[in-house]
Design a protein around this ligand. Structure first.
Ligand SMILES: [Zn+2]
Length: 696
């Protein structure tokens, strides 16, 4: 984003993980919200969201967003709330209305296209909560039987293949899929990546402070309860939970930290089949692949060899009965959100309430819309785009994107700290970036995904199997440059370093983010800033390591790289001072890429806006000058609030800084802001000129 930054090797794993996380809930007797027949309108500069008693020179965020925070308490079913989250929730309510109609063949006049019938029937099956409750654990029986029938470790590759094919595989020991070769982005190769952790990241298993220990105790109790729900007696369930925590801790120790995961070189290890096999000697990897109808590959990117080594040790050490226990846990936990109410509630209690502080489960319809979005997202996207993304809107936002790219070119040429050689290659990279706006040129074909109106959990599993076949089918095939990593209705955007493309789904080009009814000032501040943000990701501390073709290849001179790092360190130092919650400050090594993109993005948006309005006389509106409206429009993209529990998870795992700092941290580095509000030296939002950070 603006909230998600995606690089291909994380894409498949993240994509599914997000769906699952937001599905941790079901169950609510009376939905308070109603479906929307059209998307609601909120202006991209919203006076009611402001707090004009605040001084922008002391706190721009409070000035622009104070009213929003007052008027928008975090809903009971959310961990955090923001302008983006609210827009996404509105999209969901709107899609709910569409799906409700498509779920009734008669009401739809029997005119449903094949793809409309598919999403309508999927939604209908999901909404039939009584049927889901009645089925309980039954849908998992065949896979549970496979696990229980495993008498010898040599069967593990076959059982794991079956589990990975039908469930969210990232949880079950490791994940396996396709990805672009870091050294040659035109090739799609097999990726053997990590998995096996139930908690958000490695430090949750390793930290020894009181809060962390308390959370682990609660996690262990949760695991025990899931085993009890599967029918285990209390003492056995408790012993199983101890085993789960100890095995996951061993895997956590061998996993990279969230900061190290940002270093692409640490996730790039081209291994032969023999080298991979040596890490996990007791696991027949070719058999695991053959069991999924794959020709065993000779070459892999083993993203974290140390993890595989630890996994191999666990597989060697654990008796087969313990392996069965681990598999039962991982299967039940990854499928819990789709099972009967006991599992759904228990999953919610730990992962949403305890971990993120969410008081109440989401309504069933929301869970179902999220699932359609996750499993049939582009079929749903066609409905969204047909109604909400006109050719005019597409043309206008493409134009803005191109303007900002022109400004980036000018900015690179003018950089005082970069040599001509590096500039040449930076410009080459800039000019190679592909702009993807709105929706894909080619819609995904879901014809091989069979949806049954009476079989919700079966649909979920077939959807996962469909996605897995699609993903694995890419290995060894030519790269599809038209593929999107987000659905068109998503309120978000991303840069992909290996594709070297920027992607703006139709969902993020709507009010209050892009507002066709308003003038340029707030639009350049808001959407212009987003476009600039994604563009700068190609040149942040991580993105700059990839060249114009999307290959991990150093194109910088040593001196220029050092100059970049010095300038980036200014930003890192600034953000490290900001507090997230209690005594937890921003881990600015984790957020550096996003913080650089935020700052560079707005600098570019400002320049593009200046070009756009050159020679025009712009009026003061509602007591705000055009320049002030640019900055308020910018700030209002991320009015937001987070529950304390979720803020802790955010600080540990999220590469984005909290909203307040994404606003104030940027403006404080821009002399244009200081001038727009006539701020004076000594005020909180004024940095002495020599201390301002600027990279791009
Ligand atoms: Zn970003």
């Amino acid at each position: 984003m603006k909230t998600a930054r995606k690089t291909a090797w994380r894409l498949s794993a993240l994509g599914t993980a997000l769906v699952l996380a937001s599905l941790a809930q079901a169950q609510e007797a009376k939905p308070a919200e109603q479906p929307l027949q059209s998307l609601p309108y909120t202006p991209s500069l919203d006076l009611s969201a402001m707090d004009r008693t605040a001084d922008p020179c002391e706190d721009l965020y409070q000035y622009a967003c104070g009213g929003w925070n007052k008027n928008n308490p975090i809903p009971d079913d959310q961990a955090r709330w923001s302008v983006y989250a609210k827009a996404a929730n509105d999209n969901q309510r709107y899609l709910w209305g569409i799906l409700e109609k498509l779920a009734q063949p008669a009401a739809a006049g029997e005119t449903r296209s094949a793809s409309q019938a598919k999403i309508g029937d999927y939604f209908a099956a999901c909404m039939d909560e009584a049927a889901v409750a009645k089925n309980g654990l039954a849908a998992l029986k065949p896979l549970m039987s496979r696990i229980e029938g495993m008498k010898d470790k040599s069967e593990l590759p076959f059982v794991l293949a079956a589990l990975h094919q039908n469930t969210h595989n990232n949880r079950i020991f490791f994940s396996f899929g396709s990805g672009q070769d870091f050294a040659d982005s035109t090739r799609q190769i097999a990726f053997a990546a990590t998995g096996g952790l139930s908690l958000p990241e490695r430090d949750y298993y390793l930290k020894t402070d009181a809060k962390s220990r308390e959370l682990r105790a609660k996690f262990q109790a949760h695991v025990a309860r899931i085993f009890e729900l599967m029918g285990d007696a209390k003492p056995q369930a408790a012993a199983n939970a101890r085993l789960v925590l100890s095995v996951e801790t061993a895997l956590a120790k061998a996993s990279l930290s969230v900061v190290d995961k940002r270093d692409p070189y640490k996730s790039f290890h081209r291994y032969t089949a023999k080298q991979l096999q040596a890490l996990i000697p007791d696991f027949d990897f070719p058999a695991y692949q053959s069991a999924q109808d794959l020709t065993p590959q000779q070459e892999f990117n083993v993203t974290e060899p140390a993890f595989y080594k630890a996994l191999g040790q666990q597989w060697k050490r654990l008796p087969v009965a313990d392996l069965r226990t681990m598999l039962r846990w991982q299967l039940a936990s990854s499928m819990a959100p789709y099972l009967g109410p006991d599992f759904v509630n228990e999953h919610f209690e730990f992962f949403s309430k305890t971990l993120h502080g969410v008081p109440k489960q989401q309504a069933r319809w929301k869970k179902c819309v999220t699932l359609v979005d996750g499993q049939l997202g582009e079929a749903l996207g066609q409905e969204f785009v047909a109604r909400n993304f006109s050719p005019e809107l597409k043309a206008a936002t493409i134009r803005m994107t191109e303007q900002i790219e022109v400004e980036m070119g000018k900015s690179i040429q003018a950089l005082p700290w970069m040599s001509d050689d590096t500039k040449k290659r930076a410009l080459e990279k800039l000019h190679s970036i592909v702009n993807k706006v709105g929706y894909p040129d080619q819609w995904r074909d879901y014809s091989r995904f069979a949806v049954l109106r009476e079989d919700f959990v079966g649909n979920v599993m077939r959807g996962q199997a469909f996605e897995r076949r699609r993903d694995l089918g890419k290995i060894g095939q030519p790269l599809d440059r038209g593929e999107w990593g987000m659905t068109p209705q998503t309120v978000n955007a991303y840069y992909n370093a290996q594709m070297n493309d920027i992607n703006f789904p139709a969902g993020v080009l709507q009010p209050p983010l892009y507002d066709a009814k308003l003038d340029d000032a707030p639009n350049y501040g808001n959407t212009g800033g987003t476009i600039g943000h994604e563009l700068v990701h190609g040149f942040d501390d991580e993105g700059r390591q990839f060249d114009a073709k999307g290959n991990l290849k150093d194109w910088w001179t040593k001196k220029d790289a050092k100059a970049f790092e010095q300038r980036a360190a200014c930003v890192s130092k600034q953000y490290a001072q900001y507090k997230v919650i209690d005594d937890i400050r921003i881990n600015s090594k984790l957020t550096l890429g996003e913080d650089l993109a935020d700052l560079g993005g707005l600098v570019l948006a400002w320049a593009a806006w200046q070009t756009q309005i050159a020679g025009k006389q712009l009026p003061t509106v509602d007591g705000l000058t055009p320049e002030q409206r640019f900055f308020v429009g910018f700030a209002q993209w991320d009015c937001s609030d987070t529950r304390p529990e979720a803020a802790r998870v955010h600080a540990a795992t999220d590469p984005h800084s909290p909203g307040r700092y994404r606003i104030n941290g940027v403006a404080v580095n821009m002399p244009e802001f200081e001038k727009a509000f006539a701020c004076k030296p000594g005020q909180a939002m004024v940095k002495p000129a020599a201390e301002r950070c600027k990279v791009w």
